[in-house]
Design a binder for this molecule. Sequence first.
Ligand code: GLN
Length: 422
Amino acid sequence: MSEDIFITEERIEGADDGPLAGKTVAVKDNISTEGVRTTCGSKMLDEYVPPYDATVVSRLKEAGATIVGKANMDEFGMGTTTETSYFGETDNPAAPGHVPGGSSGGSAAAVAAGEADLALGSDTGGSVRCPAAFCGVVGIKPTYGLVSRYGLVAYGNSLEQIGPFGETVEDAAALLDVIAGSDERDATTREAGDDANYADAATGDVDGLQIGIPTELLEGADEGVVETFWDAIDDLEDKGASYHEVSLPSVEHAVEAYYVIAMSEASSNLARFDGVRYGHSGGYDGNWNETFAKAREEGFGDEVKRRILLGTYALSAGYHDKYYKKAQDARAWVKQDFDEALSEADVLASPTMPVPPFELGESLDDPLKLYLADANTVPVNLADLPAISVPAGETDGLPVGLQLVGPAFGEERLIRAASALA
Ligand code: GLN
């Protein structure tokens, strides 16, 4: 089992004591670990060994955790199934024969299989919440700026955050306690999480909680997923919460806006992988243009190439206003809609994924189908807000996740509400 979960299985021992002493953690392979290979699931970085730790890794070590391996992922975080990894696909321990979700599929699978107590992933458009939902575990996408991205290999840096996985809400919250907080090495971090106590928030108290349900996030979702979602909402109602419908009209443009922004940022971020500054080298044969082209042709997989091409196109002179600027306008609209909806409710609830886990291989040739499966997760990244995915039940034996979204730096509220379901 561990072979398809971990790319590198090397134990990194943390301090002798601390809040995570005795706990094992799997770390997504786009998070830098000093002296231990960090591949991003790509041939491009097959042999890359970082000379420093990401801030979150230093914090894990100080907290006494033992890192048990670098977890498999979609290449450079680009995917929803963990099938685009250069190192092969990861099976879903909760639903064998199905994808574990992506892009942090190895991290979620490690927790679901009991290979690690906890795990770290990164979420640019759903990559913590999707695999949490598909593998039947808990995943948190923190507010933009709560967790340092220093040492995270960037995919779409205006959208992404490192987030924790656990078998329970309390476990994931305890890991968030360790990694959250400002960092002088990442100027986008805020001090909001410095004094928070997330694990203590997992009280399960939802008495008086007002849940807003955005009708747009139920449209087009699988029937069994929607039924399971309503069962979980009924459960929260029995425990003292109430719900009403809200509307997020802008989310119909969120997937398009997300993909234009994410691919544009990716095309710029991945320019450094040319075989000279970073990454796989195809060898120098007297012509630098051909040397760079060969390194990138050999080093990147098809999905990464598709995104670099589309992102470069969206940013190019003449198209910038038509695509990139328009996507930024849509992003502002999405943010505004969330602010309004959250002024009428404490949290917003939806299915995390509109579909249950795909069978392995089922969606490989259909990128559009995969992009559309991100409909409920990407709006949250566009709005910079926090969200949690918690197991809601099953449909036909396949795990279904419930997503709760809160106001900026409202993680404690999400943890309190989600812990009522566990
Ligand atoms: N599925 C989305 C994408 O492919 C999300 C990826 C992520 O959050 N890293 O871009």
